[in-house]
Design a protein around this ligand. Structure first.
Ligand code: C2E
Ligand code: MG
Ligand code: MG
Ligand code: MG
Length: 280
């Protein structure tokens, strides 16, 4: 009997594993097709100055404009893209769109000359030895000045191999771009590396912002992050701000910038351009 159930468990496990593999293969093929068809579209979420609410920049966030499924969010395709290596091409397509769009806005709207565009870099991309060279050639093709571009790399990724990361970050920094550590607080950071990395800002993970009121110890965590960041001359962005209360608390904690539904959801290119115009 025990043997039977063991066997059944094995069969069940084996079956679900096979289905998992088949599913990944299906998504992988669809992703490859979609990359060729240019179905990935950058959306742009405003980032504002917490002190006066003025527009500071945007974060580019990938969306999949799928012919059958409609607009698909990154949670559904970034993990498979990462696992299959397709994230490298996908990330470049988003980076190219983001740089191109920001450069166009700069020519049309005076206020856009002060804005930065932040783009996410995945673990796989960050591990590529050609990353800095690829970013450099893309910047050149788009015409966007390097100081307008900011790359976001998650804390978990940069801390995985901090020595290697220092080299990669230095190569990127040499291009004259800005660097941001994303999802800060969810991993384990070494203070001594944080101080050595040539980074410009930390982005506090939205989980801290969203639990600020229900679990007030998060306020103390944010306070500690902001103070530490400022002592290292880093700017701090809080993501996931949905309420005025959260905004007020973050401002009182001296957080520099904010991003979240309170200000705006991620917007398609045309709506984001309207947001720029309305900020003038
Ligand atoms: P992230 O870089 O930490 O981006 C912030 C996420 O929080 C975005 O989700 C954004 O839409 C969401 N968000 C912003 N404000 C609020 C708010 O007030 N409330 C709530 N509940 N959520 C808010 P999104 O667009 O679904 O992206 C999820 C993650 O997917 C990103 O997290 C990033 O890690 C990844 N991702 C998105 N686009 C790209 C890309 O082009 N390349 C790479 N490598 N990763 C990407
Ligand atoms: Mg990000
Ligand atoms: Mg984040
Ligand atoms: Mg995240």
């Amino acid at each position: 009997e025990a043997k039977d159930s063991g066997k059944n468990r094995y069969v069940a496990y084996h079956k679900s594993m096979r289905e998992g593999v088949i599913n990944i293969l299906a998504v992988e093929n669809d992703l490859k097709r979609a990359l060729k068809a240019r179905e990935f579209e950058a959306y742009y979420q405003p980032i504002v100055n917490l002190a006066d609410g003025r527009l500071y920049g945007f974060e580019a966030l990938a969306r999949w404009n799928h012919p059958e499924r409609g607009m698909v969010n990154p949670g559904e395709f970034i993990p498979v893209a990462e696992e299959t290596g397709l994230i490298v091409e996908l990330g470049m397509q988003i980076l190219e769109q983001a740089c191109g769009v920001m450069n166009t806005w700069r020519k049309k709207h005076p206020i856009a000359s002060e804005l930065t565009i932040a783009v996410n870099i995945s673990a796989k991309q960050f591990g590529e030895s050609s990353l800095a060279a690829d970013v450099a050639s893309l910047l050149e093709r788009s015409g966007l000045p390097s100081y307008c571009l900011k790359l976001e790399i998650t804390e978990t990724v940069v801390m995985l191999d901090a020595m290697k990361s220092t080299n990669q970050l230095n190569l990127l920094k040499d291009l004259g771009i800005l660097l941001s550590i994303d999802d800060f607080g969810t991993g384990y950071s070494s203070m001594s590396y944080l101080q050595k990395f040539p980074t410009d800002q930390l982005k506090i993970d939205l989980s801290f912002v969203q639990r600020m009121e229900s679990a007030p110890e998060n306020i103390e965590i944010i306070r500690a992050i902001v103070n530490m960041a400022h002592s290292l001359r880093l700017r701090v962005v809080a993501e996931g701000i949905e309420t005025e209360r959260q905004r007020d608390l973050l401002y009182s904690l001296q957080c520099d910038y904010g991003q979240g539904y309170l200000y705006s959801k991620p917007l398609c290119e045309a709506d984001a351009e309207d947001f720029v115009k309305n900020s003038e």
